[in-house]
Design a protein around this ligand. Structure first.
Ligand SMILES: [Zn+2]
Length: 275
């Protein structure tokens, strides 16, 4: 067998967050509700962070009439359905992306818990999926990755790694490997092409992902992100790649990060078995 420390990306023994024998249905209901609330907060982050607005205040207001949205009109998913997508006062349309991101929040948390069970690993996966979705949306739309998101993510990754894979030592190594690898790529790119290819946001994002998937996983993320970005560039340019067009590289890294965190162990096992 190989000397590669693949244990860093394989599911390890897990600490359950619910005592054995407890009925799970109420917990799933809470997970859906909590996920929808996190998705609602994600809407605030997606809109306000790239515009340098505070994410804690003021409360949500209608862009049509400027009226503050009452708490009972700000209930995730339900309010949009009850109001049929319109402001109660002035009838201005509420974009469908709001309830969609709330639903995505619920799905993220449920998906993480389904994949890794009711464990710290499952909760971390759910939070990571939603965080990566927010990062992917913001980078796609604004070509920036707010440090607020990546720093918060790195803290979540490091803290949860105490009770979940890859373990704290591997998570710390992952932060260094993630940020270091993309810095190296940036330097090489700059030396070869004379332009800066990646931004500081990408470095921070890779450091954050390293905390969740460890040093070997984060190299797989870099590979996956580069592959997805290349496919996108080729498809958009109809085969012409001149290297000058800016790519929302963080969006592709986020997609790669989600895949590696959910299935990294299986991918590494298959790779090592295939060769
Ligand atoms: Zn209004």
């Amino acid at each position: 067998m190989t000397g590669l420390p693949i244990a860093s990306v394989l599911p390890a023994a897990q600490a359950a967050v619910i005592p054995a024998g407890m009925p799970l249905l109420p917990f799933w209901a809470v997970a859906v509700w909590l996920g929808a609330c996190l998705g609602s907060f994600a809407n605030v982050l997606v809109y306000r962070l790239p515009r340098n607005l505070s994410v804690v205040g003021p409360r949500s207001f209608c862009p049509g009439c400027g009226n503050r949205v009452a708490w009972f009109d700000n209930v995730p998913l339900l309010s949009w359905i009850v109001l049929r997508g319109r402001c109660r006062r002035c009838g201005t349309g509420i974009p469908v992306r709001y309830p969609l991101l709330e639903a995505a929040g619920a799905l993220s948390l449920v998906a993480g818990l389904l994949r890794f069970g009711w464990t710290v690993h499952g909760l971390a996966a759910g939070l990571l999926l939603l965080l990566l979705l927010v990062i992917a949306l913001v980078d796609w739309e604004h070509m920036i990755i707010p440090h607020t998101l990546t720093i918060a993510g790195a803290v979540i990754g490091l803290v949860t790694s105490v009770w979940a894979p890859p373990g704290l030592d591997q998570a710390l190594l992952g932060v260094v490997a993630g940020a270091g690898s993309i810095l190296a790529v940036t330097w090489v790119y700059k030396a070869v092409r004379g332009v800066v290819g990646m931004g500081g946001g990408d470095v921070m994002l890779m450091g954050m992902l390293g905390a969740f998937v460890g040093p070997w996983g984060v190299l797989a993320v870099l590979f996956a992100g580069a592959l997805l970005g290349t496919i996108y560039a080729v498809a958009r340019g109809r085969g012409r790649v001149d290297g000058s067009a800016k790519l929302p590289f963080g969006t592709f890294l986020a997609a790669g990060g989600a895949v590696v965190h959910l299935w990294g162990g299986e991918i590494f096992a298959w790779y090592l078995g295939a060769f």
